[in-house]
Design a protein around this ligand. Structure first.
Ligand SMILES: CC(C)(COP(=O)(O)OP(=O)(O)OC[C@H]1O[C@@H](n2cnc3c(N)ncnc32)[C@H](O)[C@@H]1OP(=O)(O)O)[C@@H](O)C(=O)NCCC(=O)NCCS
Length: 128
């Protein structure tokens, strides 16, 4: 899981600051799913259960070596939806970086709707 997390962070690094590093809490305190193909790890997705009704999904990643555009990410998203329902969550939320066209297209085609904007500024720009 750590290897896939690190690969995903390197590839989907659209923020001007470092992403959260992998910790074992991601497995012990979150829902963590690993997709296997012929026994080999090919993809991951996580969700946290901190909200009583909505699961927050993050860390979706499919290895390019597994060949993409074969529905692995879509299958991981369906699997985590099922896991969240089992945990009593009625909704799923996630954030996606604006330049990440592949992920945005995936979520749109699955039926996710824009619900909020994340806004960002360098703190120094507000401090004189
Ligand atoms: C985004 C990502 C998870 C997609 O994985 P995948 O297994 O290739 O995705 P799927 O095969 O399930 O694709 C499902 C749909 O998503 C969309 N999609 C996926 N990759 C796309 C791309 N490169 N360009 C445009 N649309 C894309 C398409 O609508 C696709 O359906 P289609 O192939 O029938 O057209 C993968 O590219 C990845 O791991 N990227 C790096 C990490 C990342 O950005 N994670 C998301 C963080 S929010």
């Amino acid at each position: 899981m750590r290897e896939l997390w690190d690969e995903g962070v390197v590839e989907a690094n659209y923020t001007p600051f470092a992403s959260q590093p992998f910790t074992t809490h991601l497995i012990s305190e979150r829902i963590a799913l690993l997709a296997l193909e012929d026994g080999e790890p090919v993809g991951t997705v996580y969700a946290n259960l901190t909200h009583e009704q909505a699961g927050v999904v993050f860390g979706l990643y499919v290895r390019p070596t597994a060949r993409r555009r074969r529905g692995i990410a879509r299958a991981l998203m369906v699997a985590i939806a099922e896991a969240l329902q089992t945990e009593g969550r009625t909704h799923m939320q996630l954030s996606v970086d604006r330049p990440n066209k592949a992920a945005r297209s995936l979520y749109k085609t699955m039926g996710f709707e824009d619900a909020a904007w994340t806004m960002r500024i360098e703190a120094a720009n507000l401090v004189s």
